[in-house]
Design a protein around this ligand. Structure first.
Ligand code: C2E
Ligand code: CA
Ligand code: CA
Ligand code: CA
Length: 279
């Protein structure tokens, strides 16, 4: 039996070593991704339920590796966070988003907000806010164009640092969204200590909303509480019209998901909003 055990642990170790090896490989490849132009952005529209139109978007990072093909941010973002690469990667994303925003401005397209995912590690970086300010100033873009999406879990795990950093971002003019709300165990009243503008309800919370009354009342309650706290409610992962109709009834403000549009490259996103504007 002892040999059985050690055999198990050896196989377990081998699996860990194999995973570490893969992570190192991805991390190394990521170092060359920027220089070799393998990174680009996708944009996913956000639809305002009151104004009945697309008013903003979320920026999503994409990586196409010449040998490995498309690597999901779900895979490489956590590795970049662990290896510290997320800092420079994060500035690259903000810079690339600024280029898109100034392209839209030149075409006469104006979005209320462009939302960018920001990892907690980036916020912890001492120069973060001045560097973002310098980046935007270089493009003549107003700070109020940006919204930063921060995950619920990071904010809760670092509540004191969060309060300080978020206040500084707000003072600089940037809006703050809590991302993936509902996947952690925090309550809204706990988060209400932070200067948050937008609550983003996670996709997992609304998957069964069209045929589950409990889900409907839960999302209705979250929305009411968020509104009482002065936050807007965005719901992500809306894939069907039934979900949209219910979320409208529950007074949610904005929806995002495949039902409106998939994340897409700058050209097709530009065409999408230009056509929506004209109609
Ligand atoms: P997230 O911030 O929660 O982004 C939403 C994810 O849901 C995106 O996956 C998006 O493509 C997907 N999605 C949108 N609508 C629907 C829908 O109707 N149905 C379904 N099933 N999925 C939908 P994606 O692009 O693979 O990104 C995954 C995660 O990677 C993001 O989750 C975010 O946490 C992270 N990420 C992406 N770009 C960046 C970035 O620039 N910086 C950082 N720090 N994280 C990023
Ligand atoms: Ca997000
Ligand atoms: Ca999210
Ligand atoms: Ca999510």
């Amino acid at each position: 039996h002892r040999t059985g055990h050690s055999h198990f642990f050896m196989r377990y170790d081998a699996a860990i070593i194999e995973q570490k090896r893969k992570q190192l490989f991805i991390s190394k490849a990521l170092f060359h991704a920027v220089d070799n132009q393998q990174l680009y952005l996708h944009f996913q529209p956000k639809f305002d339920l009151n104004q009945r139109k697309i008013t903003s978007c979320e920026v999503l990072l994409r990586w196409e590796h010449p040998q490995l093909g498309n690597i999901s941010p779900v895979v490489f973002i956590p590795i970049a966070e662990r290896e510290g690469q997320i800092i420079e990667l994060g500035y690259w994303v903000i810079h690339a988003a600024c280029m898109a925003i100034s392209n839209w401005t030149q075409k006469g397209i104006r979005l209320d907000k462009v939302a960018i995912n920001i990892s907690g590690k980036q916020l912890s970086h001492a120069d973060f806010i001045p560097r973002v300010e310098a980046l935007l100033a270089g493009f003549d873009i107003d700070m109020s164009t940006l919204e930063f999406e921060l995950t619920e879990s990071w904010l809760v795990d670092n509540i004191e640092e969060s309060a300080e950093k978020l206040t500084r971002l707000k003072n600089a003019g940037i809006s703050i969204a809590i991302d993936d709300f509902g996947t952690g165990y925090s309550s809204l009243s706990y988060l209400s200590k932070l200067p948050i503008d937008v609550l983003k309800i996670d996709r997992s919370l609304i998957i069964d909303i069209s045929d589950n009354l409990n889900t409907q009342s839960m999302v209705g309650n979250i929305t009411r509480m968020a509104h009482d706290l002065g936050m807007k409610v965005v719901v992500e992962g809306v894939e069907h019209i039934e979900q949209m109709l219910i979320l409208e009834k529950l007074n949610c403000d904005v929806i995002q998901g495949y039902f409106i549009a998939r994340p897409q490259d700058e050209d097709s996103f530009t065409r999408l909003i230009a056509n929506a504007d004209a109609s």
